[in-house]
Design a protein around this ligand. Structure first.
Ligand code: GRF
Length: 207
């Protein structure tokens, strides 16, 4: 499958936490939008704000535990999550997966089945500051600019072709929290914009 489609794309948003990026995507793509609609929300965390936001907007949602890899060396519970998630994605006829604060890593088998069809947002200007606590990493490195990146997901962590970046200044009195809040405002613009760029054919995945 490649974009553009000749109908609204059906999005699945995966989120583990509060779900503010999910909110931004839902606001940008209401059910009547010509480019996309959120058809499913998936979480590994039964108590995530993202699930309550989906339920409040009557968007189908599903959750299942997905333990961090280090706690599950034989990988069996990740496989269980992925095979059940695949059933959900098939049932809801999902075209595009958007990871929005989803704090788990898919197996290479999973990502291989969705080439150019999984996006992620990361609160740094990749390739700088991959992984956990990117805002803290930026402050510790003493850089004066940071921001966010929306990118295609591949087997590595926070790798894959960049679609869009938005920058913010780092101020001398910034804390990790103040910088994270400034970047988050840009994330809420960047994610819907990146989705539009992909779905309208302005950006192509070139693996
Ligand atoms: C965002 O900063 C996102 O970039 C990162 O996790 C955070 C999720 O925030 N991957 P929210 O749950 O969308 O509010």
């Amino acid at each position: 499958m490649s974009f553009p489609l000749n109908r609204p794309a059906r999005l699945a948003v995966f989120a583990s936490g509060r779900g503010s990026n999910l909110d931004a995507i839902l606001n940008a793509y209401p059910a009547t939008h010509h480019l996309a609609r959120v058809a499913l929300v998936i979480s590994n965390n039964a108590r995530s704000g993202a699930l309550s936001k989906a339920q409040a907007r009557r968007v189908p949602s599903w959750h299942h535990p997905f333990p961090p890899l280090s706690k599950d060396p034989d990988d069996s519970r990740r496989k269980a999550f992925e095979s059940r998630a695949k059933l959900q994605l098939d049932t809801h006829k999902i075209d595009l997966i958007c990871l929005a604060g989803f704090m788990r890593i898919f197996s290479p088998d999973f990502t291989r089945n969705w080439p150019g069809r999984i996006l992620n947002i990361h609160p740094s200007l990749l390739p700088d500051f991959k992984g956990l606590h990117p805002q803290r990493q930026a402050l510790e490195a003493g850089v004066t600019t940071s921001g966010c990146t929306v990118h295609f997901v591949e087997a590595g962590v926070d790798t894959g072709q960049t679609i869009l970046q938005r920058k913010v200044p780092i101020l001398t009195d910034d804390t990790e929290a103040s910088l994270a809040a400034r970047i988050l405002q840009e994330e809420h613009v960047a994610y819907p914009d990146a989705i539009a760029m992909l779905l309208s054919g302005q950006v192509k995945y070139s693996a």
